[in-house]
Ligand binder design. Structure first.
Ligand code: HEM
Length: 124
C-alpha cells in the first residue's frame, strides 16, 4: 500500500474514527487543552480530518475549503515545542490504537505523524 491508497483502504469511516478519538482527549489534556481554550473544537476536528483525507488520497474538500495547507505557517500562532510535539503524538498514538485500522495503514500513518509533528516544532 502506498500513501495515496490509504483512503481507499480505511475510508471516511477510518479517518472519522481516528480523528474523533484524537480530539476526544484534547480538552482534558494539560498540554494541548490550553491551546484549544475558547477555540471551535468541532471545527478543528473537521479540519484535521479533511486534511488527512486529502493527504492520503481521498477527496480534496480540505483544499476547496482552506486552500493550500501551509501547515507550518498555520501552526505559527501556536507555541509548538518538543513537549507539545510529544504529547500530540502520544494522543494520536492512543487514537490509532482505539481506531483499530489495518496494521499497514496504521504504520504508514505513524511514520507520517512522527515526521510531520517534528516539522511543526516552532519554539525551543
Ligand atoms: C502530524 C502533525 C500535525 C498535523 C498533520 C496537524 C494538522 C493540522 C491541521 C490540518 C490543522 C488545521 C489547519 C487549518 O486549516 O486551519 C491544524 C490546526 C491546529 N493544530 Fe495541528 N497538526 C499537527 C501537529 C500539531 C501539534 C504538534 C500541535 C501542538 C502541539 C498542533 C496544534 C494545532 C492547533 C492548536 C490547531 C488549531 C486548531 C484549529 O484548526 O482551529 N498541531 N493542525
Amino acid at each position: 500500500m502506498n500513501e495515496n491508497e490509504l483512503y481507499s483502504v480505511i475510508g471516511e469511516d477510518g479517518f472519522q474514527r481516528l480523528v474523533a478519538a484524537f480530539y476526544r482527549q484534547v480538552p482534558n489534556d494539560d498540554v494541548l487543552g490550553p491551546m484549544y481554550q475558547g477555540r471551535d473544537l468541532a471545527g478543528a476536528e473537521q479540519r484535521l480530518r479533511e486534511f488527512l483525507i486529502f493527504r492520503f488520497g481521498g477527496p480534496e474538500r480540505y483544499i476547496a475549503q482552506r486552500g493550500h495547507p501551509r501547515l507550518r505557517m498555520r501552526h505559527a500562532p501556536f507555541p509548538v515545542d518538543q513537549t507539545g510535539r510529544d504529547r500530540w503524538l502520544q494522543l494520536m498514538g492512543n487514537a490509532l490504537v482505539e481506531a483499530q485500522l489495518p496494521a499497514e495503514a496504521e504504520q504508514i500513518l505513524r511514520t507520517y505523524f512522527e515526521s510531520t509533528a517534528t516539522f511543526m516544532i516552532n519554539r525551543q
